[in-house]
Design a protein around this ligand. Sequence first.
Ligand SMILES: Cc1ncc(COP(=O)(O)O)c(C=O)c1O
Length: 286
Amino acid sequence: MPANQPLYAYIHGQITPLEQAFLHVSDLAIQRGYGVFDFFKVHAAQPLFLDYYLNRFYQSAQLMELTVPLARPALIEVIQALIRRNDLPLSGIKMILTGGYSADGYNPVEPNLLIIQQPLMLPTPEQVARGIKVITHDYLREIPPAKTINYSMGIRLIKQIKAQDADDVLYHHQGFVTEFPRANFFLVKHDNTVVTPATNVLAGITRRNVLALTEQPYPVTVGTVTLDDIYQAKEAFLTSTTKRVLPVVQIDDVVLGTGKPGPVTMALLQALLQMEEQQQQTVVIN
Ligand SMILES: Cc1ncc(COP(=O)(O)O)c(C=O)c1O
């Protein structure tokens, strides 16, 4: 696709130029912040790990008492049509389901489904080699297994993150570590075992993929992770669809290990990249 060619979105049951994709002010997403979404990568016209993202999208909708207006095969057809129309080499697709146009601004009605596709930026090799610094904050998302559109706490903390010269914030609840606003957390212990919080987190698809890397010499498990554990960690990293595996080198005032991305983190990143490459060969959309 030539640069600056207009993008298309799916809204109100049809594919429309993105610049004409609007919701009415009565939508519950605007009135009450009520809605769910999901987000997956598309590489060379193939969505990666689409099944898992669709499962989570339908599950989030169910948890929030919303009905996706399209059954799975119809939703896949729309995704397919949008990918063909936009023809982007590397992109992210966001499916958003809102509470709909509510007459009284509170009672949910028929949900609105929107699908947008935009070019994607992945972390650069320099960012990976540097790793990130994070601060911690006590906060528990309201319905952790649902991917809702409410990111108020994360957004509210952006100024504080910048003021502390940090890159992100890691949530814990009463000392039990959970996740980042938009990513999951993993730590590497001194015996090279790897653990990610078991509960009160979104079941990240990248987290799932890292947990599935059973060929690695490092056992990756789910478990309890406390603030004490993370300050003692040998290495730490976050996972997400856009960041893949990104090393964390400092948490609050504590520099982890050498202060540089460690070998276990880098090995898992390589293994994940291989898994993504294999997935790219799996043709989902013709
Ligand atoms: C709260 C939360 N946790 C974790 C993740 C990472 O999930 P995934 O690997 O599926 O991108 C996200 C993604 O946006 C998120 O919003």
